[in-house]
Design a binder for this molecule. Sequence first.
Ligand code: EPU
Length: 421
Amino acid sequence: MLYYYEIEGRHPLEGKLAVLAAKNVVLPMMAASLLSDTGVTALNNVPDIADIRTMIKVIERLGAIVEFDSENGRLSIDAKSITSQEAPYDLVRKMRASFLVMGPLLARFGLACVSQPGGCAIGARPVDQHLKGLAKLGAKIGEEHGYTVARTKRLHGGEIYFDRPSHTGTENVMMAAVLADGTTTIFNAAQDPEVADFAKFLNKMGANISGAGTSNIVINGVNSLDSVEHTPIGDRLEAGTYLLAALSTGGKIEVDGISPDNLTSTIFKLEEMGAKVHRGDNFIGITASGRVRPVEIITDPFPGFPTDLQPQIMAVLSQADGTSVIWERIFENRFIHVMELQRLGANITILGDRATIVGVEKLEGAEIMASDIRGGAGLVLAALAAKGNSIIQRVYHIDRGYQRLEEKLSGLGAKIVRKSR
Ligand code: EPU
């Protein structure tokens, strides 16, 4: 079924909502469940989104028994009897994060065969840093018929320096290193809160990891790991999307289930844009006040401004009272939403990795098309603010990362309906 959104703009969002567990930590935790040959891994608050469904298929294909109670967000994985070490092209091409099974398969079985992920809409996204790290731990890596094949008799500890801090690269190497002989140190590791929560989860399983959440992570290998239950941290990207949606429509909302420490750079920018932000241990509230002020944004690895909120903040800045500049420093092609924002009347010019956004007083509704998860969310935010009606095609991109976005936004007073052709 092909879905589209019909949106009537200019209804300010108001109310309260809660985020679910972060997709970008549930995915590596699902992969890490493969490390244990005892018990059942249980994850709570898991969103029912397409990327989680794809990862379920990947690990089922390897032999895991998975139960997903999507109503209650409870995911159980029994990985005692894994029967295959191969993640095939038809699944990996749908979601690059499938590459996360490389590390655990190699650690547990000494063999992993994963389809090369190929390009993706937001950029080339190589996996060279993952492979460099695994090779340092003693894996022999080759390319065979479009697959990356890694083999080892036994992994050993090693020192790894990432040329750039890779989020899933850090997690892949952590999963290989937890069962290796000796100590591994990752220098210039990704410092994202999801990586820190991931280490917490692995340590619950019996791993010995310190430093996660900083740029140097130390992992002392252990002989075996148990399956555990865990409630992953809330999704800061989902939270950031709602906060920006409130600002886009001149509204006032509170998002629960999120630590403000995980969105510091975003909160600073919201305040610079003129919003009032209040926060507690586990919530962030925002109140818009008048037309937003222009700002400069540079996307950077955590704790820098997240590339995954760049399209959404661009949608808001397209209505600012002045000219904003965004430098996209993570992905070379993450401005694909700009052409669609222009169809709504935004005034944006791109030069290399820099977008210059001259704020307009009003966006106008139009028919537009999503091309990736976050770009699609950005278009929704723009359409919520635009005068008149918009249609957003290819909602399946948005469904990869947001559980029924339209229901949550409708709960806050947005006029948004999912329809099918
Ligand atoms: N890179 C390399 N070589 C590598 C790995 C990465 O050159 O081996 C480059 C990438 O091309 C990119 C930069 O390093 O320019 C950072 O990429 P990273 O590896 O951190 O990205 P990722 O792990 O593939 C995760 C998230 C993405 C998010 C990025 C950046 C997951 C499952 N995905 O991807 O999330 O955009 O980090 O923060 O954690 C999304 O949720 O919509 C999404 C795309």
